[in-house]
Design a binder for this molecule. Structure first.
Ligand code: URA
Length: 238
């Protein structure tokens, strides 16, 4: 990995502000390969050199990938003056890392949300050019029929004239189904089902591309992606 400035590496963990980092270095509390660092602008490779702060090894992640089980009632945004956002569900050190949600779920939608500070990967996943599959579990007020499935497969025309890409609706019971989309427009699942006069009562995202919501992750909880999950996402990139 490239050589990076020590102060930038420390600040990027989100555990200390730039000012605090300066203080740590000045007080001789930051060590590189067993030697106290003389200055914050020293360059080192966090994957090759051993960095310690107050004796504890610093674990450095060049990028952070977080899976959140978004609960209902929370905004998929990075900040809002009045309402709680998905970032408020993360610990302070992660809140400071500049993570953003990869795609938005409506306030009342639950399920899989990826947050990252990896701009290129996030933007690739969000780009309408790439048609990353998203699977949603849905419960509707009306009965789902074979005709609804056929209409989804043909490509629905929404009220505002938007023509959806062909999508998959799989019936699980009379009023429950799985919807697979290859695009992600605003309120898309709700609008698609509204066009079939089947209002959505409950919506939960189960997967996005190769990433599946961890069944063991309770609503409102988060975890880092595993190496396999991160690698599966990276394999999507050209
Ligand atoms: N479609 C919707 O209607 N809402 C969501 O939150 C996601 C997909």
């Amino acid at each position: 990995m490239a050589q990076l400035r020590l102060d930038k590496i420390l600040a990027s963990t989100g555990r200390w502000s730039r000012k605090e980092v300066k203080g740590l270095v000045k007080e001789g509390r930051v060590w590189i390969d067993g030697v106290p660092a003389a200055r914050g602008d020293l360059k080192c490779d966090p994957e090759q050199n051993e960095l310690r702060v107050d004796g504890a090894v610093l674990s450095y992640r060049p990028h952070v990938y977080v899976m959140l089980h978004k609960p209902s009632g929370i905004l998929s945004a990075t900040e809002d003056r009045r309402q709680e956002t998905v970032l408020d569900l993360l610990p302070p050190e992660l809140q400071k890392r500049g993570l953003f949600p990869v795609g938005r779920l409506d306030k009342d939608t639950e399920g899989l949300l990826l947050l990252t500070d990896d701009g290129p990967l996030g933007h690739w996943l969000l780009s309408p050019k790439h048609h990353v599959d998203k699977v949603y579990y849905v419960r509707t007020a009306g009965t789902l029929t074979e005709e609804d499935c056929a209409a989804f497969a043909a490509g629905l025309l929404l009220e505002d004239g938007f023509l959806c890409l062909p999508a998959r609706l799989e019936r699980l019971s009379e009023q429950e189904g799985l919807v697979t989309l290859h695009e992600g427009k605003f309120h898309q699942v709700k609008r698609m089902l509204a066009s079939r006069e089947k209002p959505v009562l409950y919506l939960k995202r189960l997967s996005m591309g190769p990433l599946r919501l961890d069944e063991g992750l309770e609503r409102g909880k988060w975890r880092y992606l595993s190496e396999e999950e991160t690698a599966a996402l990276r394999r999507l990139l050209p």
